[in-house]
Design a protein. Sequence first.
Length: 292
Amino acid sequence: MSTEPEDLAKEPPAQDDRAATRVGRSRLTVVLYALAALLVLALAIAWISRERIADNLISSELGKRGIPASYQIESIGPREQVLSNLVIGDPKRPDFTAERIVVSIRQRLGVPGIGAVRLVRPRLYGTFLKGELSFGALDPLIFTDSGEPFRLPDIDLTIEDGRGLIESDYSAAGLKIAGSGNSRGGLAGPAAASDYASAKAAGLIGEKVGGYVAVVGAGNAELRRIADDTNIKRKAVYSSKAQEQHVTIEEYAFATGCNLIAKTSPGEKYQAPDGSWKTRTSAPPVRDARCP
């Protein structure tokens, strides 16, 4: 019998060798299946635990900045992440709240990053006391020690039914905002005070010499609506009071305007006798010589 290599290659393996081969293959198959099962299980656990992992990351980042917050995670996915019922600061007197925050993920060179953010019914509360602006628990995020001015991140931002309230030494200013655009480039949408008192306190609407109000500067449709509504109501009162006192509506309106300008608070706008807009200081306003 030839024992040349080519002849040996043609001979079938021995019984023990075949058995060993089958056992080796079966064990390798078991190991591969086991590894595959473990991998699937690990992926399943990671997917199931993604919200807990995200929760830990969010809590850690907020904790590093000393920002107290509570929230609920609605969903965490590869393209979209949703938080709801966000409350920053003291829950009894929060500094910021949002009904929902929807974050869209964008792949940049294979690396995931924030592409867009949608805020649903956000509410921001702040104070401007003794010349210092504060947003409570958000201050560590906004006012840093870097010496550089605060800048919003470069993202596409959409705000739905946003409101804000700034309390000052003299009054409170309420604002509302809605729109979309790049956060650094500005939003395309309305931004205005929500009522006359808030608009007046913010210096967006001022008292005129003739007893009526007007928008300071260009303004927008919402501010013009507030001014028009205020003037319609005032004219109705002036008409009634003028008839009672047997004077013209213009005379009564002018006299009332003098009193309203005299009662303006520091920071509010009023019209000087020359028609220019002035900002009320702690000093008395410029008085029209025709005022009684």
